[in-house]
Design a protein around this ligand. Structure first.
Ligand SMILES: Nc1ncnc2c1ncn2[C@@H]1O[C@H](COP(=O)(O)OP(=O)(O)OP(=O)(O)O)[C@@H](O)[C@H]1O
Ligand SMILES: [Mg+2]
Length: 506
């Protein structure tokens, strides 16, 4: 026993901690209530000093000590164990009775004993955990031997990964991809502007080191090499809406763009590029100013000068990317060799194509029911998650099994209305108060009292919120390099078992 409950209400439990014990913010403790035959789960949200005795006793004692310090004499505090203690302030998470979890609606008995939780106590959590494993349960800084995973069917309900730089966003994304590759039943598109996911780097391994990479990972890049496909988009696949999502246009320019699209259809960009201003002017009976066409032509030239954009309708890898996703693979697009506008264009074109593809499939209920949930990840999501296709997917993607995984250091730059469309949050260490506040109001669990915990999260430590979870789940995210070693071991065991079955059979 490390403490005894002394107060205070259903919304906040406080207990006196044994002098010799130490607890940390974020730790989860249990009040083992024998009278009520229930286990109450308490999350430590703050810790205060406590002392018995007269009101000024502490101040006086410290004064005496300082005097003795000056004289280099030792001070002997009597009855330290009884007089000094700590008060832990806890947020009640709920209680388990007969194996069932209940929200915190009642109080544990007076002076109920508090102890540290063991993995047995967390058995009830198993049914809330999903198949996409990402780490282990955590109590404060300690890892608990209970696996934490998110449900694959929740992917289309969108995921947000929020953390200050260096706190473990990319590692988490790699772990998520590793789990998806192990399962082979979810399609995950990763757009990698930093070129950090495939090869890995000095600090760790990449997706190519995953034991199932050859079957479950497909890679595209503007810079193809062994094992990497060439990324190609046809000019015919680029719509005016795509261009609007990444460049700013005046009202007149926008009108001209839509006029071009309605006149030339899928060839609008090519016609704009190939025809002279004079020709265009004539075609549109001089209703559009020459200057507008010149500006738009320069944009078209810039777009078509990109190595990944092709004038030929047939030269494109987008269909094969979609096919791979729909067969439950992880598709990685390395855009690190491209300009930012090209990277954004790839993301926008792919996202729109995927959504439209699934919308078409949706009309055939039978076919649609067989396709796997898809997830499109976007790094530095605050750049694109304002309006346009990504905002559209955030709002309507769930119906068509298309989810977004938005990774950002600055959730406060994303509109609250859009953030609230994201059902699963991975909150890693977030230094900025504004960023924490916006998450507080849009998370699917109450995290209002977890301010101190979020501030003190170490690298790789997370709080996960999603609908249906009994409370914000504290987790330690697997370290990718170690996790793939584990998958490899598991694969080997599986293979020897299969060989054994074959041997016995023949
Ligand atoms: N779960 C983890 N367990 C152990 N170490 C981790 C974990 N997550 C991240 N790290 C370590 O922290 C370093 C930074 O992690 P990562 O690159 O994932 O951060 P990030 O949030 O993506 O940073 P940036 O904002 O710069 O992209 C990694 O090199 C890795 O060594
Ligand atoms: Mg990163």
């Amino acid at each position: 026993m490390i403490g005894r409950i002394i107060g205070k209400s259903v919304g906040e439990i406080i207990f006196r901690l044994n002098y010799r014990e130490d607890v940390k913010i974020g730790e989860i403790l249990v009040a083992d209530d024998e009278e009520k035959k229930a286990l109450f789960f308490l999350r430590v949200v703050d810790i205060h000093y406590g002392q018995e005795g007269a009101e000024k006793w502490g101040i006086k004692t410290a004064g005496d000590m300082l005097l003795l310090d000056e004289r280099k004499e030792k001070y002997d505090l009597r009855e330290k164990e009884r007089r000094l203690f700590k008060i832990c302030i806890c947020k009640p998470l709920g209680y388990v009775k007969n194996g069932k979890f209940y929200k915190p609606k009642t109080l544990p008995s007076h002076f109920c004993a508090v102890r540290r939780a063991c993995s047995e106590d967390y058995k009830f959590l198993e049914k809330y955990m999903g198949d996409i494993e990402i780490g282990k349960l955590r109590s404060g800084e300690k890892e608990i031997d209970v696996k934490v995973g998110i449900k694959g069917e929740l992917l289309p309900y969108h995921i947000g990964i929020f953390a200050t730089t260096g706190m473990g966003k990319s590692n988490l994304m790699r772990v998520l991809a590793a789990s998806a590759m192990r399962l082979g039943r979810y399609g995950i598109l990763i757009i990698d502007p930093h070129g950090e996911y495939y090869e890995g780097s000095s600090y760790g391994k990449g997706l190519k080191h995953h034991p199932m990479a050859s079957e479950r990972l497909v890679v595209y890049s503007s810079n193809p090499s062994i094992g990497i496909n060439s990324l190609k988009i046809s000019a015919y696949e680029i719509s005016v809406a795509d261009i609007e999502d990444i460049f700013n246009f005046s009202e007149a320019q926008r009108e001209a763009l839509y006029a071009l699209q309605s006149r030339f259809g899928r060839r609008w960009l090519i016609e704009l590029y190939e025809r002279s201003v004079e020709e265009l002017s004539e075609i549109f009976e001089r209703r559009i100013q020459d200057i507008t066409f010149s500006v738009l032509k320069r944009r078209a030239e810039r777009i078509l000068s990109s190595d990944i954009i092709h004038m030929d309708e047939e030269v494109s890898t987008t269909d094969s990317i979609i096919e791979n996703l729909l067969s439950g693979k992880v598709v990685l697009i390395d855009t690190s060799g491209l300009y930012e506008y090209e990277e954004l264009l790839v993301g926008v074109v792919m996202a729109r194509k995927i959504l439209n593809h699934n919308k078409r499939l949706f009309r055939n209920k039978e076919k649609f029911s067989k396709i796997p949930p898809l997830l499109i990840t976007i790094e530095e999501a605050q750049r694109v998650l304002q309006d346009g296709i990504f905002a559209q997917i955030a709002r309507e993607g769930r119906k068509f099994k298309v989810g977004l995984c938005a990774i950002t250091q600055q959730p406060k730059l994303i509109k609250e209305e859009l953030l609230s469309q994201f059902n699963t949050f991975f909150i890693l260490g977030l230094a900025d108060e504004g960023d924490r506040n916006i998450l507080k109001s849009s998370a699917k669990q109450d995290i209002s009292k977890l301010e101190k915990e979020i501030q003190t999260l170490e690298v790789g430590e997370a709080l996960i919120t999603y609908p249906g979870a009994p409370f914000a789940i504290p987790a330690k995210i697997h370290f990718y390099d170690e996790y793939i070693k584990e998958i490899e071991k598991e694969e080997m065991v599986q293979n020897t078992m299969n060989e054994k079955i074959d041997e016995d059979f023949y």
